[in-house]
Design a protein around this ligand. Structure first.
Ligand code: ATP
Length: 295
């Protein structure tokens, strides 16, 4: 099941084309990073999904259905640092947030515990560090135990300790089964936290899929043949690869970056009596991806 699927989404602000026909889908149970430099369209995309902005054209589904409020209520969002009352405690601020959202009032002790703020729950918000403020914002999204969280640049402006805490929290929520969709401009962050990624550049989708495939710092060669059993048997005798993954209709061979030689793979298979019907060098290095993004 896909939590979100985006189909040919376009958004223009006057002359500015913020999204130019973006399509991808977010599988359930993933940490899905929307990665791109400033101005690439990440916030616009999240704003459309949460019905704050209307797309110029294109469409999207939530939970494999036409989006409406019932589905959006299953999503906790943190699109910008929320306006908590500075002179009130975390506890009081969450009580107000729960009342506004009309959900999660009984959930406050649980979410405070999850974000590790129980001990400071009675301190005024104004005494919190930026990291604690961000964690309180995530606690607020978690009220009512939504299945999905949407976070826009959740570590923005934090020091290394604050960044590590938020990343740890995201991983923990993922382990509990939540699907998390997060925008980030940091390649390193997406690599460390996300299982899947969609890369945006100036409103275009550059790539989307499994992080290990999209951002792997190695070459991946995909091969296929009519007789997959025979192919699987002969690849074991090939040299140079660091890993092999057998999938349904293809085999993936992993090589240290820059060392895959598709010609000799093809020759080896042919000489061993297997004619390939699929041969593709899929991977680019992390650096190459980064260059593509930032160039
Ligand atoms: P950032 O990380 O800087 O927020 P982003 O990837 O989230 O960037 P968006 O904020 O979605 O990108 O912006 C995409 C493009 O749309 C940018 O060129 C931006 O200047 C433009 N844009 C965004 N909002 C508006 C608006 N309300 N009016 C005009 N242009 C806008």
């Amino acid at each position: 099941m896909s939590i979100l699927s985006v189909e040919n989404l376009c958004k223009n602000y006057g002359q500015v084309q913020a999204l130019k026909g973006v399509s991808f889908s977010v599988p359930r149970g993933t940490v899905f990073g929307i990665l791109g430099p400033n101005g690439s369209g990440k916030t616009t995309l999240l704003g459309i999904i949460m019905d704050i902005l209307k797309p110029t054209s294109g469409s999207y589904n939530l939970f494999d259905a036409t989006p409406d409020e019932t589905y959006r209520r299953k999503i906790g969002t943190f699109l910008e640092t929320p306006n908590f009352y500075h002179y009130l405690s975390a506890q009081k601020n969450l009580e107000i947030a729960a009342a506004l959202k009309e959900r999660g009032a009984q959930d406050i002790p649980r979410v405070l515990d999850l974000v590790n703020l129980t001990q400071r729950k009675d301190s005024r918000f104004s005494t919190y560090s930026l990291g604690m403020k961000q964690r309180l914002a995530i606690a607020s999204c978690l009220l009512g135990d939504p299945e999905v969280l949407i976070l826009d640049e959740p570590t923005n402006g934090l020091d290394p300790v604050g960044i590590a805490e938020i990343r740890q929290l995201i991983k923990q929520l993922h382990q509990q089964g939540k699907t998390i969709i997060m925008a980030s401009h940091l390649l390193d962050e997406v690599e460390k936290v996300c299982t899947h990624v969609a890369i945006l550049k100036k409103g275009n989708l550059v790539a989307a899929g499994d992080v290990n495939e999209i951002l792997a710092n190695e070459d991946i060669v995909e091969i296929g043949a009519t007789d997959m059993k025979q192919l699987a048997a002969i690849v074991t005798s090939m040299q140079g690869h660091s890993n092999i993954k057998n999938q349904d209709k293809i085999i993936q061979l992993f090589y240290p970056i820059g060392t895959a030689d598709v010609e000799s793979i093809n020759k080896h298979c042919f000489n061993s009596g297997v004619v390939l019907n699929h041969l593709q060098l899929k991977k680019k290095s992390l650096e190459a991806k980064f260059f593509e993004l930032t160039n």
